[in-house]
Design a binder for this molecule. Structure first.
Ligand SMILES: [Zn+2]
Length: 330
């Protein structure tokens, strides 16, 4: 590793002091105390140790997570060493027309921003899977009144905390809002993650989540679940619904399907890169159909991804009432 990368490994914690005070042990929920480059659980029966790498606390409960602290250390070092390579790849990626398009995130997150500021002068928002900036998040990141805690299971350009959504390392009621974009398909137990989100939100706290319905496996082995609009609603049954619908439409779903149909012919990396390029160049236009389709009932049954915006509630939506919420074309 280069000297600069080694120095980076000892940089100061980027989480604000007030948020640091809310951190709790992901194993037992006891308070943590910082000692040099690690956090230690203050519960004498737990005494778990969590490293701080490059200013990022790694608060993973290894007993329940599919990630180990050693896995994360390895990805951190790879990330710090390969920043230049990431930039080159990102540059090439930007030249190819995209087959994906999120039509709702920007307006819904703007709506959430207003609601957050109605509820508090300085709202605190946990972003799960926030290592890379999600679609429509720009305005939120630029609002100085809102404190974003960008968390992820690996190192990314925005990661300030590494944790697992199955065991969120925060005190109950710590946040005014939680955002989870394209995350819950990558967790083994989304219901437990939903309970954790509910727990770390304040009463009336806000949630915005987007999750795929019609998307092929991505992120390799770390992809487990898809949700229909109502399946997604049920996942958040302990929330009052403010809004929900298709975030990405059937056009994007078709483009992905076509691309992955072609990709399934080969495992050759080089050939797959060519097929990705070819399918992107021949199917990018499909996403424009979604502008016309996105709010149609049929699109809700065929969406690439669905979204849910809700408020933490003390009530649970009954399954009998859940099915009354069907808004598709069937
Ligand atoms: Zn503990």
């Amino acid at each position: 590793m280069k000297e600069s990368a080694k120095e980076n490994l000892r940089s100061p914690i980027r989480i604000s002091q007030s948020v640091q005070e809310l951190l709790r042990c992901p194993r037992c929920h006891a308070r943590l105390e910082q000692a040099d480059q690690q956090f230690k659980c203050t519960n004498p029966e737990c005494t778990a140790l969590f490293p701080i790498i490059a200013g990022v606390p790694v608060l993973i409960n290894e007993e329940s997570s599919i990630f180990s602290i050693d896995d994360i250390k390895a990805t951190t070092q790879a990330f710090l060493g390969d920043l230049k390579e990431h930039r080159v790849k990102d540059f090439i990626r930007r030249l190819v027309p995209k087959i994906s398009s999120n039509l709702k995130a920007k307006s819904k997150i703007a709506q959430m921003e207003e609601l957050l500021l109605d509820q508090s002068d300085s709202p605190r928002v946990l972003v799960i899977g926030g290592g890379i900036l999600g679609p429509g998040m720009e305005s939120l990141t630029q609002n100085a009144a809102i404190e974003l805690v960008d968390s992820d299971v690996s190192f990314g350009p925005r990661t300030i905390l590494i944790c697992d959504a199955h065991a969120i390392p925060f005190e109950d009621g710590s946040f005014d809002g939680v955002i989870a974009q394209s995350v819950l398909e990558h967790v083994v137990d989304p219901y437990r993650c939903s309970d954790e989100i509910h727990r770390v939100l304040k009463d009336q706290g806000l949630l915005f989540a987007e999750t795929p319905l019609m998307q092929q496996v991505h992120a390799g082995r770390y992809d487990f679940t898809r949700f229909t609009h109502l399946g997604h609603r049920r996942l958040f049954r302990r929330f009052e619904e403010l809004d929900s619908g298709a975030a990405s439409g059937p056009g994007m779903a078709l483009a992905w399907s076509y691309q992955h149909f072609l990709l399934s012919f080969t495992t050759s990396k080089r050939l797959r890169m060519v097929l990705r390029l070819f399918s992107s160049l021949t199917a990018f236009w499909l996403k424009y159909c979604d502008r016309f389709l996105i709010d149609k009932p049929g699109a809700l049954d065929a969406a690439s991804a669905v979204y849910f915006m809700g408020r933490k509630s003390g009530q649970v939506l009954l399954d009998r009432d859940l099915v009354k919420g069907y808004r598709g074309a069937g």
